[in-house]
Design a protein around this ligand. Structure first.
Ligand code: DUR
Ligand code: ZN
Length: 135
């Protein structure tokens, strides 16, 4: 992850907030992932009147990557929302992303003005459930 890639990832996450479909919460979230192919894939949250059917920006970006490339590894993730850089991926997204992100992969949480925090995936998803054994 170069400084230039970091800048692009963050900027694309902010720009992606624009497309969010949020008639219920009004909370625009944008996300961007860097695939193992070195390309960037964006997503945003898409809400539903049946609230639980809502898809978060992070999963939307990951699905965009897999739909449009053969990348199945996410090297870095940025998620942008609101005026502060403390919007963290929800529990469902953390479990979903676990399949595709290494423990040391960076997760950027970004504010509209470009401020950000960075954590590793392992920091936000410790003791993850990653496998099961059949009887
Ligand atoms: O990390 C997050 C947190 C929330 N949301 C969405 C889900 C819903 O549309 C709205 C309010 O929870 O924000 C995301 O997309 N990503
Ligand atoms: Zn989520």
């Amino acid at each position: 992850m170069t400084k230039e890639q970091e800048k692009i990832l963050i900027e694309k996450s902010i720009a992606s907030c624009e497309g969010a479909y949020v008639p219920y919460s009004g909370f625009h979230v944008g996300a961007c992932v860097l695939g193992e192919d070195g390309k960037f894939y964006t997503g945003f949250n898409v809400e539903n009147v049946s609230y639980g059917a809502t898809i978060c920006a992070e999963r939307s970006a990951a699905i965009n990557m897999m739909t449009n490339s053969s990348s199945r590894k996410i090297l870095a993730l940025a998620v942008a929302a609101g005026d502060t850089c403390d919007t963290m991926p929800c529990g469902i997204c953390r479990q979903f992303l676990c399949e595709f992100m290494a423990p040391d992969a960076p997760v950027y949480t970004v504010a509209r003005n470009g401020d950000y925090m960075v954590k590793t995936f392992a920091e936000i998803m410790p003791f993850a459930f990653t496998s099961f054994k059949k009887d």
